[in-house]
Design a protein around this ligand. Structure first.
Ligand SMILES: [Zn+2]
Length: 191
Protein backbone atom coordinates (compact mmCIF):
# COMPACT_ATOMS: atom_id res chain seq x y z
CA UNK A 1 0.00 0.00 0.00
CA UNK A 2 1.70 3.22 -1.05
CA UNK A 3 1.88 6.12 1.38
CA UNK A 4 -0.94 8.66 1.27
CA UNK A 5 1.47 11.36 0.12
CA UNK A 6 2.55 9.24 -2.86
CA UNK A 7 -1.03 8.65 -3.93
CA UNK A 8 -1.83 12.34 -3.83
CA UNK A 9 1.33 12.96 -5.82
CA UNK A 10 0.27 10.68 -8.65
CA UNK A 11 -3.15 12.31 -8.78
CA UNK A 12 -1.59 15.78 -8.86
CA UNK A 13 0.76 14.74 -11.67
CA UNK A 14 -2.12 13.31 -13.67
CA UNK A 15 -4.25 16.41 -13.07
CA UNK A 16 -1.46 18.71 -14.25
CA UNK A 17 -0.78 16.54 -17.30
CA UNK A 18 -4.43 16.28 -18.32
CA UNK A 19 -4.99 20.01 -17.87
CA UNK A 20 -1.97 20.64 -20.10
CA UNK A 21 -3.53 18.44 -22.80
CA UNK A 22 -7.04 19.87 -23.13
CA UNK A 23 -8.72 18.65 -26.30
CA UNK A 24 -5.95 16.12 -27.04
CA UNK A 25 -6.46 12.38 -26.90
CA UNK A 26 -4.24 10.72 -24.29
CA UNK A 27 -3.40 7.03 -24.16
CA UNK A 28 -3.37 4.79 -21.11
CA UNK A 29 0.38 4.16 -21.64
CA UNK A 30 1.01 7.87 -21.52
CA UNK A 31 -1.03 8.34 -18.35
CA UNK A 32 0.53 5.32 -16.64
CA UNK A 33 3.96 6.78 -17.27
CA UNK A 34 2.97 10.22 -15.99
CA UNK A 35 1.46 8.78 -12.81
CA UNK A 36 4.35 6.40 -12.23
CA UNK A 37 2.10 3.95 -10.37
CA UNK A 38 0.20 0.84 -11.43
CA UNK A 39 -3.05 2.15 -9.93
CA UNK A 40 -3.15 5.19 -12.20
CA UNK A 41 -6.63 4.33 -13.52
CA UNK A 42 -8.06 4.68 -10.02
CA UNK A 43 -6.54 8.18 -9.78
CA UNK A 44 -8.26 9.04 -13.07
CA UNK A 45 -11.56 7.89 -11.60
CA UNK A 46 -10.94 10.09 -8.55
CA UNK A 47 -10.27 13.07 -10.79
CA UNK A 48 -13.61 12.35 -12.46
CA UNK A 49 -15.74 11.44 -9.50
CA UNK A 50 -14.24 13.44 -6.65
CA UNK A 51 -12.86 16.47 -8.44
CA UNK A 52 -15.43 16.60 -11.22
CA UNK A 53 -13.14 16.66 -14.26
CA UNK A 54 -15.18 15.39 -17.18
CA UNK A 55 -12.52 13.02 -18.52
CA UNK A 56 -14.07 11.20 -21.46
CA UNK A 57 -13.45 7.61 -22.53
CA UNK A 58 -14.83 5.37 -25.26
CA UNK A 59 -17.87 4.93 -23.02
CA UNK A 60 -18.68 8.61 -23.49
CA UNK A 61 -17.48 9.17 -27.05
CA UNK A 62 -17.67 6.82 -29.99
CA UNK A 63 -14.59 8.40 -31.62
CA UNK A 64 -12.42 7.35 -28.68
CA UNK A 65 -10.89 3.87 -28.65
CA UNK A 66 -10.66 1.82 -25.47
CA UNK A 67 -7.65 3.08 -23.51
CA UNK A 68 -7.98 6.61 -24.82
CA UNK A 69 -8.85 9.58 -22.64
CA UNK A 70 -9.90 13.11 -23.47
CA UNK A 71 -10.63 16.24 -21.45
CA UNK A 72 -12.30 19.06 -23.38
CA UNK A 73 -13.50 21.32 -20.62
CA UNK A 74 -10.89 22.35 -18.02
CA UNK A 75 -13.65 23.44 -15.64
CA UNK A 76 -14.68 20.76 -13.17
CA UNK A 77 -18.37 20.06 -12.81
CA UNK A 78 -19.90 21.66 -9.73
CA UNK A 79 -20.18 19.40 -6.70
CA UNK A 80 -23.96 19.11 -6.93
CA UNK A 81 -23.73 17.68 -10.43
CA UNK A 82 -21.33 15.00 -9.29
CA UNK A 83 -23.82 13.84 -6.68
CA UNK A 84 -26.63 13.55 -9.23
CA UNK A 85 -27.17 9.99 -10.43
CA UNK A 86 -26.45 9.05 -14.01
CA UNK A 87 -30.12 8.13 -14.39
CA UNK A 88 -31.40 11.52 -13.24
CA UNK A 89 -28.89 13.30 -15.45
CA UNK A 90 -29.91 11.19 -18.45
CA UNK A 91 -33.59 11.80 -17.71
CA UNK A 92 -33.21 15.59 -17.60
CA UNK A 93 -31.00 15.74 -20.70
CA UNK A 94 -33.38 13.51 -22.62
CA UNK A 95 -36.40 15.54 -21.55
CA UNK A 96 -34.62 18.70 -22.71
CA UNK A 97 -33.75 17.08 -26.04
CA UNK A 98 -29.98 17.37 -25.27
CA UNK A 99 -30.43 21.09 -25.90
CA UNK A 100 -29.36 24.06 -23.76
CA UNK A 101 -32.55 25.53 -22.37
CA UNK A 102 -31.20 29.07 -22.59
CA UNK A 103 -29.51 29.40 -25.96
CA UNK A 104 -30.63 26.25 -27.79
CA UNK A 105 -27.12 24.81 -28.27
CA UNK A 106 -27.20 21.07 -28.98
CA UNK A 107 -24.79 18.74 -27.17
CA UNK A 108 -21.76 17.84 -29.28
CA UNK A 109 -22.57 20.33 -32.05
CA UNK A 110 -20.68 23.59 -32.60
CA UNK A 111 -21.93 26.19 -30.15
CA UNK A 112 -24.12 28.82 -31.87
CA UNK A 113 -22.19 31.69 -30.29
CA UNK A 114 -18.75 30.09 -30.10
CA UNK A 115 -18.59 27.97 -33.27
CA UNK A 116 -15.10 26.61 -32.61
CA UNK A 117 -16.30 25.14 -29.33
CA UNK A 118 -18.52 22.06 -29.19
CA UNK A 119 -21.49 22.58 -26.92
CA UNK A 120 -21.27 20.63 -23.68
CA UNK A 121 -24.27 20.32 -21.45
CA UNK A 122 -24.41 20.68 -17.70
CA UNK A 123 -27.32 20.53 -15.35
CA UNK A 124 -28.55 23.77 -13.84
CA UNK A 125 -31.20 24.51 -11.24
CA UNK A 126 -34.41 26.22 -12.28
CA UNK A 127 -34.98 27.49 -8.75
CA UNK A 128 -31.54 28.14 -7.28
CA UNK A 129 -30.42 26.04 -4.33
CA UNK A 130 -30.06 29.22 -2.28
CA UNK A 131 -33.80 29.79 -2.85
CA UNK A 132 -34.65 26.31 -1.68
CA UNK A 133 -34.42 24.61 -5.08
CA UNK A 134 -33.74 20.88 -4.98
CA UNK A 135 -31.73 18.40 -7.03
CA UNK A 136 -34.85 16.86 -8.54
CA UNK A 137 -35.82 16.25 -12.15
CA UNK A 138 -38.49 18.95 -11.91
CA UNK A 139 -35.97 21.54 -10.77
CA UNK A 140 -33.14 20.68 -13.17
CA UNK A 141 -32.57 21.63 -16.78
CA UNK A 142 -29.85 21.32 -19.39
CA UNK A 143 -27.52 24.29 -19.80
CA UNK A 144 -24.44 24.54 -22.02
CA UNK A 145 -21.08 25.51 -20.54
CA UNK A 146 -21.38 29.02 -21.97
CA UNK A 147 -24.76 29.73 -20.37
CA UNK A 148 -23.80 27.82 -17.25
CA UNK A 149 -20.83 30.14 -16.79
CA UNK A 150 -23.13 33.10 -17.23
CA UNK A 151 -21.05 34.10 -20.25
CA UNK A 152 -24.04 34.22 -22.52
CA UNK A 153 -25.83 37.52 -22.75
CA UNK A 154 -29.11 35.84 -23.53
CA UNK A 155 -31.85 36.46 -21.09
CA UNK A 156 -34.07 33.86 -19.57
CA UNK A 157 -36.96 35.25 -21.58
CA UNK A 158 -38.23 32.74 -24.07
CA UNK A 159 -39.19 33.98 -27.52
CA UNK A 160 -42.87 34.77 -27.83
CA UNK A 161 -44.94 32.44 -30.01
CA UNK A 162 -45.55 35.14 -32.61
CA UNK A 163 -41.84 35.97 -32.96
CA UNK A 164 -41.00 32.31 -33.04
CA UNK A 165 -43.52 31.55 -35.79
CA UNK A 166 -42.33 34.52 -37.84
CA UNK A 167 -38.78 33.18 -37.67
CA UNK A 168 -39.85 29.68 -38.62
CA UNK A 169 -42.00 30.93 -41.51
CA UNK A 170 -39.12 33.01 -42.86
CA UNK A 171 -36.64 30.16 -42.59
CA UNK A 172 -35.44 28.12 -45.55
CA UNK A 173 -37.45 25.02 -46.36
CA UNK A 174 -34.66 22.66 -45.30
CA UNK A 175 -34.35 24.51 -41.99
CA UNK A 176 -38.10 24.26 -41.45
CA UNK A 177 -37.89 20.53 -42.08
CA UNK A 178 -35.04 20.38 -39.58
CA UNK A 179 -37.32 22.08 -37.01
CA UNK A 180 -40.09 19.62 -37.81
CA UNK A 181 -37.73 16.67 -37.39
CA UNK A 182 -36.51 18.01 -34.08
CA UNK A 183 -40.03 18.57 -32.77
CA UNK A 184 -41.16 15.13 -33.87
CA UNK A 185 -38.19 13.54 -32.16
CA UNK A 186 -38.74 15.56 -29.02
CA UNK A 187 -42.45 14.82 -28.70
CA UNK A 188 -42.82 11.28 -29.98
CA UNK A 189 -41.29 9.77 -26.81
CA UNK A 190 -42.92 12.05 -24.23
CA UNK A 191 -46.50 11.97 -25.48
ZN1 LIG B 1 -26.54 27.77 -23.74
Amino acid sequence: MPAKKGRGGARAKLRAYILAHIGKTMSSDELREVAGISEWARRIRELRNEEGYNILTHNDRSELKPGEYLLEDPKPQPAFERSISKELRALVLDRNGFTCQMCGAVAGEPHPYEPNRKARLHLGHIVDKSQGGEDTAANLRALCSVCNEGASNLTLDRPSISKLLIQVRRAKREDQLEVLKWLEKKYQSSE
